[in-house]
Design a protein around this ligand. Structure first.
Ligand SMILES: [Zn+2]
Length: 95
């Protein structure tokens, strides 16, 4: 299977879409990419999903690891009110 990435994953530094490789994940589970063209790594944000649903996925993952909302807020450097809101929206999705 050929692995292709959409142009959304273009390198944030040089714009290359040809030389992007996956490069593990950050400690909060964000996919990292490595650009072979300019030899830099970066995290992919705002791709495929809206920012909120992207955060929902991350927060869901952290919740499943037993973190509480204040711990998640700290890990993601978000205001706890924002994290609470996203957790609340996760609860709504369950119904
Ligand atoms: Zn690059």
């Amino acid at each position: 299977m050929k692995i292709t990435y959409s142009k959304n994953t273009a390198c944030q530094f040089c714009g290359s879409t040809e030389s992007i490789r996956k490069h593990g994940k950050s400690k909060i589970g964000i996919q990292r990419f490595w650009c072979l063209s300019c030899n830099k790594t970066y995290q992919r944000n705002y791709v495929y999903k809206t920012y909120d649903s992207y955060m929902q996925a991350i927060i869901k993952n952290l919740l499943s690891k037993g973190l509480k909302s204040d711990g998640i807020a700290k890990a993601l450097a978000l205001p706890s009110g924002r994290v609470d809101k996203i957790i609340f929206s996760l609860d709504l999705n369950k119904k």
